[in-house]
Design a protein around this ligand. Structure first.
Ligand SMILES: Cc1cc2nc3c(=O)[nH]c(=O)nc-3n(C[C@H](O)[C@H](O)[C@H](O)COP(=O)(O)OP(=O)(O)OC[C@H]3O[C@@H](n4cnc5c(N)ncnc54)[C@H](O)[C@@H]3O)c2cc1C
Length: 444
């Protein structure tokens, strides 16, 4: 690739799947790149539920961004929370998460990849009770709460029904993975370790508004996933919606409006996402539109309407179809973000060198995978569908391949091999990071 115009500075916001690929593609061109993230690491989100269930440790699915770019002298990594764009002056505000102080940065080209957050459908008060596993911190909190629930039941066996009921909200891949893992934890890993209770009697409920789990997958994979979950002991509550979340109880409503109250002290939220607030900030600064999930509408080449020097991508955008005026909402998947990241890097590099711009972005869909438990997974690869052990092995290989960092790949492979043989989990400590229910539930 030809070398870039001297003195041009590209700022990339977000070191997730999209931002990391964009920064890597640009780094190869010799451009001056500043990569900003509010965390000092890249997180492999598809495995955060394994941290939440004690199968993996945090450092095994995350890698410091500074380490990723240690050999790229023209890439500067900054830890900071971005908020506020002055598009006319090509400036943005960055806040130091430690001191709260704000600095202003300038750019020639800007790439924004802030991802998404879980949406609680307007019930923000549920957030502290029904935890999600999107960030490393929340995954550790979930781990603490799940493990603590078994401890609390051992201490107060008369209250074990509520402590040993685990309710997962949302039957997409994350909900299915979480439910399967909690069931395995209760039935296999912890079996025989308690004296007053039997961990195998723990109930795992998976609540889903639709009439099936994994509804984005083609038939017959949702049915096969449901069968696998039931074999693991998960109770599926389909066609049901969570309408109230309290510290000791969740209320569920069926399609006819009949309500059921489920006493539980551990709720995991895996339903609905909303785009990063950066999408709305960019829309306000530029006059662009956002959709109902807060995703910013970008042009077919991922640029911000009216601002070709700004590119937005990944979970936080919908893309205008180059052949019509329709909007394309790609699935919120890592491969979409990675392909968009590589595309954005290439396009910005072409602009800096004066080379021809690449054609509009097109997603190459290679398929989807979801795992339910040991030897149980479903996979759709092009037109092929498969499930069971073969899908599970495919899932393992794909995740090892895409994990960032050689050391992480080796350690995770060893961990999984050990778990497969012993049915154990190597990361079962309840630490201070686990914000246990008594600490924050008073707020609800
Ligand atoms: C629990 C879970 C499981 C998943 N499992 C799968 C799976 O199995 N397969 C799959 O393909 N996809 C999966 N996904 C989806 C996939 O992880 C996302 O589609 C992908 O991460 C999107 O990439 P992104 O770069 O847009 O956002 P992210 O990867 O979320 O990256 C956004 C980055 O921006 C940073 N950031 C955000 N706001 C700011 C700010 N204001 N200032 C500074 N930095 C900021 C964040 O810290 C983060 O590093 C899963 C997601 C979750 C949450």
């Amino acid at each position: 690739m030809s070398s870039v115009a001297a003195g041009k500075h590209v700022v990339v916001i977000g070191g997730g799947f999209a931002g990391l690929q964009a920064a890597k593609a640009l780094a190869r061109t010799g451009a001056d790149v500043t990569l900003i993230d509010r965390n000092n690491y890249h997180l492999f989100q598809p495995l955060s539920y394994q941290v939440a269930t004690g199968a993996l440790a945090p450092s095994e699915i995350a890698i410091p961004l500074r380490h990723v770019f240690r050999r790229r002298k023209r890439v500067r990594v900054l830890l900071g929370e971005v908020g506020g764009f002055e598009l006319g002056r090509r400036e943005l505000a960055v806040t130091d998460p430690g001191s709260g102080e704000q600095v202003t940065l300038t750019y020639d080209q800007l790439i924004v990849a802030g991802g998404s957050d879980y949406s609680y459908f307007g019930h923000e008060d549920w957030r502290s009770v029904a935890l999600e596993v999107k960030s490393l911190d929340s995954a550790l909190e979930v781990r603490g709460r799940i493990l603590h629930a078994f401890e609390a039941a051992e201490l107060r066996p008369d209250e074990q029904e509520a402590w040993l009921t685990f309710l997962v909200v949302g039957g997409g891949p994350t909900g299915v993975e979480m439910a399967g893992q909690i069931a395995e934890l209760a039935r296999e890993t912890l079996a025989g370790e308690y004296r007053a209770i039997d961990s195998r009697r723990g109930r795992v409920l998976l609540v889903e508004t639709a009439d099936k789990v994994l509804s984005a997958f083609p038939n017959p994979l949702p049915e096969r996933a449901a069968t696998s979950l039931e074999q693991l002991g998960v109770t599926l509550m389909l066609n049901q919606t969570v309408v109230e979340v309290d510290r000791d109880c969740v209320t569920i409503e069926d399609r006819r409006g009949a309500q059921t109250q489920v006493p539980t002290r551990t709720v995991v939220w895996a339903a609905g996402v909303t785009a990063s607030p950066l999408a709305r900030q960019l829309a306000e600064a530029s006059g662009a539109s956002v959709d109902r999930a807060g995703r910013l509408t970008v042009e077919p080449d991922l640029s911000l309407p009216g601002h070709p020097e700004v590119v937005a991508l990944g979970d936080m955008v919908s893309v205008r179809d180059p052949d019509s005026d329709r909007l394309i909402t790609y699935p919120g998947l890592a491969p979409v973000a990675m392909q968009q990241g590589r595309y954005a890097g290439k396009m910005v590099a072409a602009r800096l060198t004066g080379a021809a711009a690449p054609p509009p972005f097109r997603y190459r869909d290679k398929g989807m995978l979801a795992t339910i438990g040991r030897d149980r997974a479903v996979a759709q690869v092009w037109r092929l569908h498969f499930s069971g052990r073969i899908a599970w092995v495919a899932w393992l290989l794909v995740h090892i391949y895409y994990l960032i960092g050689f050391e992480n790949r080796i350690v995770v492979m060893l961990r999984w091999a050990d778990s497969y043989v012993t049915r154990g989990r190597g990361s079962r400590l309840i630490t201070e990071a686990a914000d246990l229910p008594s600490k924050d539930r008073s707020a609800v």
